[in-house]
Design a protein around this ligand. Sequence first.
Ligand code: SF4
Ligand code: ZN
Length: 309
Amino acid sequence: MCRGDAVIDVRRHNANFCEEHFLRLCRDQVAKAIKDASMLEPDDRVLVAVSGGKDSLALWDLLVALGYQVDGLYLGLGIGGYSDASGEHARRFAAERGLHLREVDLRADEGFDVPTAAEATRRVPCSACGLSKRHLFDRAALEGGYDALATGHNLDDEAAVLLGNVLRWQDDALGRQRPVLEARPGFPRKVKPLVRLGERETAAYCVLRGIDYQVEECPMAAGNRHLGLKEALNAMERGSPGTKHAFYHGFLDRAVDRFAPGEDDSPVALGACDRCGAPTTGEVCAYCRVAERAREAEPVALGPTRRTR
Ligand code: SF4
Ligand code: ZN
């Protein structure tokens, strides 16, 4: 792009970038993702789900740089020292930039934590955790009157989820694997503006922007099947740069509509949860069932956090 010193090579773009042009590339890719999928209007109020990791903090920074009104929401999952450190990263990021961070603490506000919920319900931790995150992020976005809930899912995440869904031909999940899901009763609009950036790029973005993010890996991630799918895709990407982008964006361009109906056309009518009022097919929603069992259980103690990368 210029004669400046290169700070990163992006093999799928077959180019090296200096700091200025790499940061511009990241902003341009996010702006293009938002425009192509009509994710946001310029004056939308956006709530970003913030974990304290590189993707969500890069997303918050990028959306602010693009001129959106953005608040963050940090959810304390109660996963030992990992959660304590993650919260610190999110709070420091917001405080240093004068941004508004909302917080929900599972243990203090909801009466349980992720390790206890997983143990009490015999679910894998990521299942209990994902269920809780979806419910509480949706609730916060609706109660706060936000126009959209943005999450930091990047190209690596979406390509891995797509591979898993294709391998088992999960039609419903494939139909929902869009970078924007429109609002419907009981659910906010959900957007994924990082789908054109890989995780190596969000990490580099954070380093260049001086964003201090959580580098520890969640101690409960073991057994998450997406890790194996990511490794498989990384091996393919090494041999053929651009594979992940072609796979995921080719699916959006050519195939996702074959897996409609979207959630609006679901043949199953949704009622309101007896406990919390959230949409559900039964009398009590899955979140309230998990939360009730976890509140009755003895809290689980976690060991120290391990450093893996
Ligand atoms: Fe939750 Fe699993 Fe992510 Fe840990 S790795 S924060 S348990 S979804
Ligand atoms: Zn409920």
